[in-house]
Design a protein. Structure first.
Length: 162
């Protein structure tokens, strides 16, 4: 199961990089958690925009971004202060097949594939830095000390969105 999850995450990251590069941006996968870096960095040098992106995809109703992954994005964002516009983006992809357990069997049901691109800048000053969860409906929550609190992370329009 772990390999399927990793493959799904890699494929989503690869797709996002392709979308950015086709829209006149420059984007690269950085290797994610194994390198201590965000999943993706995308830049628009003409407009002076830097995005550090943590990408999550899954078949459930909730996706999580751990605190340490948020911190990696923040470190890279802060490192490139020459860019006038810098954002930490949480990209969530909820697959069209929802997976759940019923009577000790894995069951899938069809649903609409949805993606959200949330600008997480507003929570980066929180102490301690929280983990984040996003629901299939696009609601976002911060998690601190095991307690969940809804927070409105704004959707960031992507240059490749039609």
């Amino acid at each position: 199961m772990g390999n399927i999850r990793r493959s799904r995450g890699y494929n989503y990251e690869h797709t996002l990089v392709q979308r950015f590069n086709e829209s006149k941006w420059e984007a690269r996968r950085l290797g994610g958690s194994s390198t201590g870096l965000p999943d993706i960095v995308a830049v628009n040098n003409k407009e002076g925009i830097l995005l550090t992106i943590e990408a999550k995809s899954g078949t459930g109703d909730i996706l999580y971004v751990p605190q340490d992954q948020l911190e990696r994005c923040m470190v890279i964002r802060n490192m490139f202060g020459v860019y006038p516009t810098r954002h930490v983006v949480l990209a969530f992809k909820f697959m069209s097949k929802k997976r759940f357990r019923r009577k000790n069997k894995t069951v899938y049901e069809q649903r609409r594939l949805v993606e959200y691109y949330k600008k997480a800048d507003s929570i980066l000053d929180m102490k301690p830095l929280p983990a984040v969860k996003c629901t299939y409906e696009g609601k976002t929550f911060v998690i601190i000390d095991g307690k969940s609190k809804e927070v409105d992370l704004p959707e960031l329009p992507m240059p490749f969105a039609k």
